[in-house]
Design a protein around this ligand. Structure first.
Ligand SMILES: [Zn+2]
Length: 257
Protein backbone atom coordinates (compact mmCIF):
# COMPACT_ATOMS: atom_id res chain seq x y z
CA UNK A 1 0.00 0.00 0.00
CA UNK A 2 1.81 2.99 -1.31
CA UNK A 3 1.24 6.62 -0.40
CA UNK A 4 2.29 9.26 -2.85
CA UNK A 5 1.56 12.75 -4.04
CA UNK A 6 0.14 13.48 -7.46
CA UNK A 7 0.99 16.67 -9.23
CA UNK A 8 -0.50 17.74 -12.52
CA UNK A 9 1.77 19.66 -14.85
CA UNK A 10 0.88 21.41 -18.09
CA UNK A 11 4.46 20.96 -19.25
CA UNK A 12 4.81 17.24 -18.49
CA UNK A 13 4.60 15.03 -21.56
CA UNK A 14 5.02 11.77 -19.67
CA UNK A 15 4.48 10.49 -16.18
CA UNK A 16 7.50 11.28 -14.02
CA UNK A 17 8.40 9.77 -10.67
CA UNK A 18 10.50 11.55 -8.11
CA UNK A 19 11.41 10.59 -4.54
CA UNK A 20 12.57 13.28 -2.14
CA UNK A 21 13.12 13.62 1.56
CA UNK A 22 10.59 16.45 1.79
CA UNK A 23 7.66 14.85 0.02
CA UNK A 24 8.36 11.16 -0.42
CA UNK A 25 7.17 9.76 -3.73
CA UNK A 26 5.76 12.35 -6.15
CA UNK A 27 4.05 11.34 -9.39
CA UNK A 28 3.88 14.15 -11.94
CA UNK A 29 1.29 13.56 -14.65
CA UNK A 30 0.36 15.48 -17.80
CA UNK A 31 -2.85 17.46 -17.61
CA UNK A 32 -5.92 15.28 -18.08
CA UNK A 33 -4.00 12.05 -17.44
CA UNK A 34 -6.11 9.04 -16.41
CA UNK A 35 -5.02 8.55 -12.80
CA UNK A 36 -6.34 5.02 -12.59
CA UNK A 37 -3.24 4.01 -14.61
CA UNK A 38 -0.88 5.16 -11.87
CA UNK A 39 -0.90 1.97 -9.73
CA UNK A 40 0.20 -0.07 -12.77
CA UNK A 41 3.02 2.37 -13.50
CA UNK A 42 4.15 2.25 -9.89
CA UNK A 43 4.06 -1.55 -9.85
CA UNK A 44 6.39 -1.62 -12.88
CA UNK A 45 8.79 0.80 -11.16
CA UNK A 46 8.60 -0.81 -7.75
CA UNK A 47 12.23 -1.80 -7.36
CA UNK A 48 13.44 1.67 -8.44
CA UNK A 49 11.02 3.28 -5.95
CA UNK A 50 12.16 1.02 -3.14
CA UNK A 51 15.83 1.73 -3.87
CA UNK A 52 15.16 5.47 -3.90
CA UNK A 53 13.21 5.32 -0.65
CA UNK A 54 16.01 3.40 1.03
CA UNK A 55 18.56 5.95 -0.15
CA UNK A 56 16.42 8.82 1.17
CA UNK A 57 15.93 7.07 4.51
CA UNK A 58 19.71 6.70 4.83
CA UNK A 59 20.30 10.33 3.92
CA UNK A 60 17.64 11.47 6.34
CA UNK A 61 19.11 9.40 9.15
CA UNK A 62 22.54 10.88 8.39
CA UNK A 63 21.44 14.53 8.57
CA UNK A 64 18.78 14.14 11.24
CA UNK A 65 16.15 15.71 8.98
CA UNK A 66 13.52 13.39 10.33
CA UNK A 67 13.72 14.99 13.74
CA UNK A 68 12.51 18.46 12.79
CA UNK A 69 9.20 19.74 14.06
CA UNK A 70 7.99 21.06 17.38
CA UNK A 71 8.04 18.62 20.24
CA UNK A 72 4.64 17.61 21.59
CA UNK A 73 3.13 18.28 24.98
CA UNK A 74 0.36 15.82 24.25
CA UNK A 75 0.27 12.70 22.15
CA UNK A 76 -3.08 11.40 20.95
CA UNK A 77 -2.91 7.78 19.84
CA UNK A 78 -6.36 7.68 18.26
CA UNK A 79 -6.09 4.10 17.04
CA UNK A 80 -5.94 2.72 20.58
CA UNK A 81 -7.80 5.55 22.29
CA UNK A 82 -4.87 6.67 24.44
CA UNK A 83 -4.13 10.29 25.19
CA UNK A 84 -0.70 11.00 26.74
CA UNK A 85 0.71 14.12 28.30
CA UNK A 86 4.44 14.57 27.82
CA UNK A 87 6.82 16.04 30.35
CA UNK A 88 10.46 16.87 29.58
CA UNK A 89 12.70 16.22 32.58
CA UNK A 90 16.36 17.28 32.32
CA UNK A 91 18.81 14.91 33.99
CA UNK A 92 22.59 14.64 33.88
CA UNK A 93 22.36 11.67 31.50
CA UNK A 94 23.64 12.42 28.00
CA UNK A 95 21.03 10.06 26.59
CA UNK A 96 17.38 10.80 26.09
CA UNK A 97 14.73 8.19 26.81
CA UNK A 98 10.94 8.38 26.67
CA UNK A 99 8.54 6.20 28.59
CA UNK A 100 6.02 6.12 31.40
CA UNK A 101 7.84 6.05 34.73
CA UNK A 102 7.62 2.63 36.28
CA UNK A 103 7.14 3.93 39.80
CA UNK A 104 4.20 3.53 42.17
CA UNK A 105 3.43 7.25 41.94
CA UNK A 106 3.54 7.33 38.13
CA UNK A 107 0.37 8.66 36.60
CA UNK A 108 -1.51 6.82 33.86
CA UNK A 109 -1.21 8.53 30.49
CA UNK A 110 1.85 10.47 31.63
CA UNK A 111 4.96 10.14 29.51
CA UNK A 112 8.36 11.35 30.63
CA UNK A 113 11.20 12.28 28.34
CA UNK A 114 14.34 12.21 30.47
CA UNK A 115 17.98 13.02 29.91
CA UNK A 116 19.57 15.71 27.75
CA UNK A 117 16.19 17.16 26.80
CA UNK A 118 17.75 20.39 25.54
CA UNK A 119 18.43 18.53 22.30
CA UNK A 120 15.16 18.49 20.32
CA UNK A 121 16.50 15.96 17.83
CA UNK A 122 17.34 13.49 20.56
CA UNK A 123 13.90 14.07 22.13
CA UNK A 124 12.16 13.47 18.79
CA UNK A 125 14.13 10.28 18.27
CA UNK A 126 13.29 9.06 21.79
CA UNK A 127 9.59 9.75 21.22
CA UNK A 128 9.66 7.88 17.93
CA UNK A 129 11.30 4.91 19.67
CA UNK A 130 8.47 5.00 22.20
CA UNK A 131 5.87 5.09 19.40
CA UNK A 132 7.67 2.13 17.84
CA UNK A 133 7.35 0.14 21.08
CA UNK A 134 3.67 1.09 21.38
CA UNK A 135 3.17 0.13 17.74
CA UNK A 136 4.74 -3.23 18.31
CA UNK A 137 2.72 -3.87 21.45
CA UNK A 138 -0.62 -3.00 19.83
CA UNK A 139 -0.44 -3.48 16.06
CA UNK A 140 1.08 -6.97 16.08
CA UNK A 141 -1.66 -8.59 18.22
CA UNK A 142 -4.31 -6.55 16.38
CA UNK A 143 -3.16 -8.04 13.07
CA UNK A 144 -3.10 -11.51 14.64
CA UNK A 145 -6.66 -11.11 15.87
CA UNK A 146 -7.91 -9.97 12.46
CA UNK A 147 -6.07 -12.85 10.84
CA UNK A 148 -7.95 -15.31 13.05
CA UNK A 149 -11.24 -13.52 12.48
CA UNK A 150 -10.89 -13.56 8.68
CA UNK A 151 -8.95 -16.77 8.17
CA UNK A 152 -6.29 -14.82 6.20
CA UNK A 153 -2.82 -15.90 7.28
CA UNK A 154 0.63 -14.33 7.10
CA UNK A 155 4.22 -15.20 8.05
CA UNK A 156 5.49 -12.53 10.41
CA UNK A 157 5.02 -8.87 11.21
CA UNK A 158 7.56 -6.09 11.36
CA UNK A 159 6.84 -2.56 12.61
CA UNK A 160 8.78 0.30 11.05
CA UNK A 161 8.68 4.02 10.46
CA UNK A 162 8.78 4.36 6.67
CA UNK A 163 7.84 7.57 4.98
CA UNK A 164 5.45 6.58 2.27
CA UNK A 165 3.70 3.41 3.31
CA UNK A 166 1.13 2.49 5.87
CA UNK A 167 1.82 -1.15 5.33
CA UNK A 168 3.10 -3.69 2.86
CA UNK A 169 3.01 -7.41 2.26
CA UNK A 170 6.07 -9.17 0.86
CA UNK A 171 6.46 -12.34 -1.14
CA UNK A 172 8.02 -13.81 1.99
CA UNK A 173 4.63 -13.26 3.68
CA UNK A 174 5.99 -10.55 5.95
CA UNK A 175 3.54 -7.81 6.85
CA UNK A 176 5.28 -4.47 7.46
CA UNK A 177 3.27 -1.97 9.45
CA UNK A 178 3.93 1.73 9.90
CA UNK A 179 4.22 2.55 13.61
CA UNK A 180 2.41 5.85 12.92
CA UNK A 181 -0.80 3.96 12.22
CA UNK A 182 -1.34 4.55 15.94
CA UNK A 183 -2.19 8.19 15.16
CA UNK A 184 -5.03 7.24 12.81
CA UNK A 185 -8.66 6.59 13.73
CA UNK A 186 -9.31 2.95 14.60
CA UNK A 187 -11.41 2.19 11.53
CA UNK A 188 -8.63 3.29 9.16
CA UNK A 189 -6.06 1.10 10.90
CA UNK A 190 -8.41 -1.85 10.65
CA UNK A 191 -8.76 -1.16 6.93
CA UNK A 192 -4.97 -1.11 6.42
CA UNK A 193 -4.56 -4.38 8.33
CA UNK A 194 -7.31 -6.05 6.31
CA UNK A 195 -5.77 -4.70 3.10
CA UNK A 196 -2.42 -6.30 3.94
CA UNK A 197 -4.02 -9.58 4.99
CA UNK A 198 -5.87 -9.79 1.66
CA UNK A 199 -2.45 -9.72 -0.03
CA UNK A 200 -1.89 -13.18 1.45
CA UNK A 201 -4.33 -14.40 -1.21
CA UNK A 202 -3.61 -11.93 -4.04
CA UNK A 203 -0.18 -10.32 -3.99
CA UNK A 204 -1.00 -7.73 -6.64
CA UNK A 205 -3.72 -5.09 -6.60
CA UNK A 206 -5.80 -7.09 -9.06
CA UNK A 207 -9.56 -6.99 -9.49
CA UNK A 208 -9.72 -10.20 -7.43
CA UNK A 209 -7.76 -8.51 -4.68
CA UNK A 210 -10.20 -5.60 -4.42
CA UNK A 211 -13.18 -7.91 -4.54
CA UNK A 212 -11.76 -10.01 -1.68
CA UNK A 213 -11.11 -6.85 0.33
CA UNK A 214 -14.69 -5.63 -0.28
CA UNK A 215 -15.88 -9.02 0.85
CA UNK A 216 -14.02 -8.63 4.17
CA UNK A 217 -14.82 -4.91 4.50
CA UNK A 218 -17.89 -3.69 2.59
CA UNK A 219 -16.86 -0.03 3.07
CA UNK A 220 -13.43 -0.68 1.56
CA UNK A 221 -13.74 1.89 -1.25
CA UNK A 222 -14.80 4.71 1.06
CA UNK A 223 -12.08 3.83 3.56
CA UNK A 224 -9.48 3.78 0.81
CA UNK A 225 -10.52 7.32 -0.12
CA UNK A 226 -10.43 8.42 3.50
CA UNK A 227 -6.96 6.97 3.96
CA UNK A 228 -5.58 9.24 1.23
CA UNK A 229 -5.87 12.17 3.63
CA UNK A 230 -4.76 10.30 6.72
CA UNK A 231 -1.21 11.69 6.70
CA UNK A 232 -2.79 14.81 8.14
CA UNK A 233 -3.22 13.00 11.45
CA UNK A 234 0.54 12.74 11.85
CA UNK A 235 2.28 15.39 13.92
CA UNK A 236 5.45 16.71 12.27
CA UNK A 237 7.74 15.17 14.86
CA UNK A 238 6.66 11.64 13.86
CA UNK A 239 8.08 11.91 10.34
CA UNK A 240 9.56 15.35 9.80
CA UNK A 241 7.18 15.68 6.87
CA UNK A 242 6.35 19.29 6.17
CA UNK A 243 4.05 20.85 3.71
CA UNK A 244 6.44 22.38 1.19
CA UNK A 245 3.97 23.17 -1.56
CA UNK A 246 5.02 26.45 -3.19
CA UNK A 247 2.84 29.43 -2.34
CA UNK A 248 -0.11 29.86 -4.69
CA UNK A 249 -0.31 26.17 -5.60
CA UNK A 250 -2.78 23.96 -3.81
CA UNK A 251 -1.01 21.47 -1.53
CA UNK A 252 -0.74 18.09 -3.25
CA UNK A 253 -2.84 15.39 -1.67
CA UNK A 254 -1.35 12.20 -0.33
CA UNK A 255 -2.60 9.23 -2.27
CA UNK A 256 -2.72 5.55 -1.50
CA UNK A 257 -2.74 2.74 -4.00
ZN1 LIG B 1 -1.71 -3.28 -1.16
Amino acid sequence: METYLIRESARAKHVRLHVSAEEGLVVTVPRGFDRSEIPTILAAKRSWIERSERRIEEERAAVGLNTEGALPERIDLRAIDEDWTVEYCPTSSPWVAAGPLLLPESRPGHLEVRGGVGDPRACGAALRRWVFRKGHAHLVPWLGGLSEETGLGFGRTVVRNPRTRWGSYSRKETVSLNQNLLFLPTHLVRYVLLHELCHSVHLEHSAQFWSLLRDKEPRADALRDELRLAWRYLPDWTTGRQDRAPAGEPAPLPWTG
